[in-house]
Design a protein around this ligand. Structure first.
Ligand code: NAD
Length: 259
């Protein structure tokens, strides 16, 4: 299958590691040139160089915080005219419903709702003018089924999901699709940090924490960034033009629901 991505250009946010990196690698494998981003330069540049060497595409890097206005301004300067936008940022910290004050919510909203919305507002008009574009937002399974300790994520990502539901239908007629990918547990630094939290709180080993979580997933394992990236590349492909405003779970069957 030819994804039709050769010569396209993609901005992949928060992509020096984990799921963002998986998306960047899969798009590059299909021939897309990239603008990659993360806060720190050295890991980002290493990831970019590996992609240049492996796939022979052009990769520009912008080391900045995507959750700030200044960060987005420098990112958008480098990403002018991109055909594809993959939004992503680190997830909010765990806790309980009574732990968070207004500032905690504002930080979560900035990172996981308002940053992707600002990037879409900036880049959608160009995509619509050119008659082709793809946006994939990395959200979370917490949109479909709340994760009790991730109330900040449950809240902020629900807001983004509502925005995408309405907006995707308004831009689809211009050849631009917006969809959300909802990761369940994937084998990344984020999953390790959450396992560490459980291990410390419950006084069990990391191995036990991981085994307990694997037991809640029908596949019996965590997902990989490569699998996640492949789904992202398909949503960005020429074959996915009829997929609009969807929330696609990649969770090994963990969310126990018929629809
Ligand atoms: P990760 O911690 O492994 O990687 C995060 C990447 O984002 C890194 O490259 C980091 O440098 C970059 N980053 C973080 N904050 C940034 C910022 N403010 N500006 C620019 N770059 C930034 O995380 P991951 O596991 O790949 O998760 C990606 C997203 O998916 C997160 O929002 C996470 O909450 C969500 N998610 C992950 C899982 C999972 O199991 N891994 C499950 C559900 C949701």
């Amino acid at each position: 299958m030819n994804f039709g991505l050769k010569g396209k250009r993609a901005l992949v946010c928060a992509s020096s590691r984990g799921l963002g990196l998986g998306c960047a690698r899969a798009l590059a494998e299909e021939g897309a040139d990239l603008v990659m981003n993360a806060r720190g330069q050295s890991v980002l540049e290493d990831a970019a160089q590996t992609i240049r060497d492996e796939f022979g595409v052009q990769v520009e890097t912008v080391a900045t915080d995507v959750t700030t206005e200044e960060g987005r301004a420098s990112l958008l300067k480098a990403a002018e005219g991109v055909d594809i936008l993959v939004t992503n940022a680190g997830g909010p910290p765990p806790g309980m419903w009574h732990d968070w004050d207004r500032e905690d919510f504002i930080r979560a909203l900035d990172a996981n709702m308002l940053a992707p919305i600002a990037l879409m507002k900036a880049l959608l008009p160009g995509m619509m003018d050119r008659g082709w574009g793809r946006v994939v937002n990395i959200t979370s399974q917490s949109v479909k089924a709340p994760v009790p300790v991730l109330g900040l994520s449950n809240s902020a990502r629900a807001g983004l999901t509502g925005y995408v539901a309405g907006t995707s239908r308004q831009v689809a007629g211009s050849g631009v699709t917006i969809n959300n990918l909802l990761p369940g547990i994937h084998d990344t630094d984020r999953a390790e940090a959450l396992d560490r939290g459980v291990s410390e709180k419950e006084g069990i080993s990391m191995e036990e924490a991981r085994a307990n979580r694997c037991a809640t997933i029908p596949t019996g394992r965590y997902g990989t960034a490569d699998e996640f990236g492949a789904a992202c590349a398909f949503l960005c492909s020429q074959h996915a033009g009829f997929i609009v405003g969807q929330n696609i779970l990649l969770d090994g069957g963990a969310v126990n629901a018929t629809l």
